[in-house]
Each structure stands twice: as structure tokens, then as C-alpha cells.
Design a protein around this ligand. Structure first.
Ligand SMILES: [Zn+2]
Ligand SMILES: [Zn+2]
Length: 226
């Protein structure tokens, strides 16, 4: 069997594993929602909201792992290339402050509408909040101050960007990485050179190029550029 077809089989196996675990975790939720609806309206709406948010955290993980880092697509695939660019230019984040404010407005409207209608729309409000928080958190993870507030998530994101692009796919949570075994190696040290590259605002020069080409190599090694 060709190495590429073995690789495709492994990828398919990973997809099936992730989705099976997710649906098993989600299986009791419809029953709980119906139960909650009978005895407490606020518990019912809260459960719907957190279900929507939980669904998004999984979507965030699988989209990043299997879509942004797709290994069996053409190397000119625009989604993969755009993501590759963000890995090698960590300070360039394409979502602007205005877009984030618009998103916040949409999410607040959805929550308000769900409360008013007292309905299952709250699941969408939970997912919308998850999406908004994802973009917000990604911005935070690239700010120096964030490592004091979100030390684990910042470490995971730096490792993912610069050292092990085949680990740490979660942005707002790390639990899917823990469940699916994509956490970083514990003893992995992050050098000052990598930290400087990750936070640097100006164009990369000198050591920056070294780190950038090292990341290119790692991304290509795990199949991104092939
Ligand atoms: Zn990033
Ligand atoms: Zn990535």
C-alpha cells in the first residue's frame, strides 16, 4: 500500500474517532433539555446556550485540525495557505476591531431574541457566542499580557504556531486536545527567539526569518505544503 493511502486511512480514522466521541458526549443532551424544559425555564435556556457553545468548541477544534491543517489537499488550497501565512506571520490577524464589534452586536441580538422567544434559538445564540469568543480569544492569545490570564492557552498557541503545528488545535479551550491526544510534549521548551518572533510587530528580519523558515519546514513536514 502506498504511504499516501496509508496516511489517508489514518486521517479518516482520526475523523471518525473525533466525531464518534463528540456524538457520544452529546447523546444525553436532548433528553436533559426536555427534562429541564419541564421544571425550570432558566435551566432550559441555560442548557440550550451551553449546548450551542459546546458544539462550537468542537467545531473550532475539528475545523482547525482537519480544515486549516488539511494534509490531503492541493498545496494551493486558499484556506490552508491563508492559515499557513498566519503561522509564519503571527501578528497579522485578519479580523478587525470593527468586525468584532459587529459580531458582538449580532450575538447580543441573538441572545435577546432567544430570551424573548423563550425558544431553541438559544442554541444558535450559544454557538454565536462561541464564534465571537473564538475570534476575541485568538486576538488575546497574540497579546503579551494574555499569558498572565490564560497561561495554558497561550503556551498551547505558541507551541502550535512555532513548534508543533500538529498539536494544540483548540483556541478557546484545551479539552479537545486533551481528549484526542493532541497536547504538546511536556518537556518542550519555548526559546526566547521563538517568543520574540511570535510577538514581534515589525517585519521579520534576521532571526525572525530563521524561525519563519523553521515553521515552514515543520508545516511542510506534517504535510501542509505537500
Ligand atoms: Zn494564531
Ligand atoms: Zn494552525
Amino acid at each position: 500500500m502506498k504511504p499516501s493511502s496509508i496516511f489517508k486511512k489514518l486521517q479518516a480514522h482520526q475523523h471518525i474517532k473525533c466525531f464518534t466521541v463528540f456524538f457520544l458526549m452529546l447523546a444525553p443532551v436532548p433528553y436533559l433539555i426536555v427534562k429541564c424544559n419541564r421544571f425550570s425555564n432558566s435551566a432550559f435556556l441555560s442548557l440550550l446556550f451551553f449546548t450551542g457553545w459546546f458544539i462550537w468548541t468542537f467545531a473550532e477544534y475539528v475545523l482547525h485540525r482537519f480544515w486549516n491543517h488539511a494534509k490531503d489537499v492541493d498545496k494551493n488550497n486558499s484556506i490552508v495557505q491563508r492559515h499557513h501565512h498566519h503561522h509564519t506571520h503571527p501578528t497579522e490577524i485578519s479580523i478587525s476591531a470593527t468586525q468584532r464589534i459587529i459580531m458582538m452586536f449580532i450575538v447580543c441580538s441573538l441572545v435577546g431574541l432567544s430570551l424573548w422567544l423563550n425558544s431553541y434559538v438559544m442554541i444558535l445564540a450559544g454557538m454565536g457566542t462561541g464564534i465571537f469568543w473564538f475570534f476575541q480569544m485568538h486576538y488575546f492569545l497574540h497579546q503579551k499580557w494574555a499569558k498572565k490570564i490564560f497561561p495554558v492557552l497561550v503556551r498551547y498557541h505558541v507551541v502550535h504556531h512555532c513548534k508543533e503545528p500538529d498539536t494544540c488545535f483548540g483556541i478557546t479551550t484545551s479539552w479537545w486536545d486533551r481528549i484526542f491526544g493532541t497536547t504538546p510534549h511536556k518537556d518542550k521548551k519555548i526559546s526566547e527567539k521563538v517568543i520574540a518572533f511570535y510577538y514581534k510587530k515589525e517585519k521579520t528580519t534576521g532571526n525572525g526569518f530563521l524561525v519563519s523558515s523553521m515553521i515552514d519546514e515543520k508545516l511542510n513536514h506534517v504535510g501542509l505544503g505537500e
